[in-house]
Design a binder for this molecule. Structure first.
Ligand SMILES: [Zn+2]
Length: 104
């Protein structure tokens, strides 16, 4: 399981450029519209990848603590099928659904 997470992190780290890339895109006024939407897309992808990476790192921390596979909200065991699909899942399906509703 930890190997799987390590691979997930390696994949995510391969997908995202270094931290300095945020200020790196060119300021070409003639192409501003296209550049902006491109940057927005990249930002969205990076945001998603960083969020996932945070989740994976949190999952690795939970492995160290011995609480991996337990829902961080209710403490129940997360279903193995869910962990297969989302190895970095921090919550059981019902707590995740509640969280999604609160965020909406
Ligand atoms: Zn739960």
């Amino acid at each position: 399981m930890r190997d799987d997470l390590d691979r997930t992190i390696a994949t995510l780290q391969g997908e995202r450029p270094g931290p300095a890339a945020d200020s790196g895109y060119p300021q070409d006024s003639a192409d501003a519209g296209a550049t902006l939407s491109e940057a927005d897309r990249t930002d969205a992808l990076l945001h998603t990848a960083r969020g996932q990476r945070d989740e994976v790192l949190a999952a690795l921390a939970r492995i160290d603590e011995g609480t991996y596979g337990q829902c961080v909200d209710c403490g129940d065991q997360i279903r193995p099928e869910r962990l297969d699909a989302r190895p970095d899942a921090a919550r059981c399906v019902s707590c995740q659904a509640k969280l999604a509703k609160r965020r909406r």
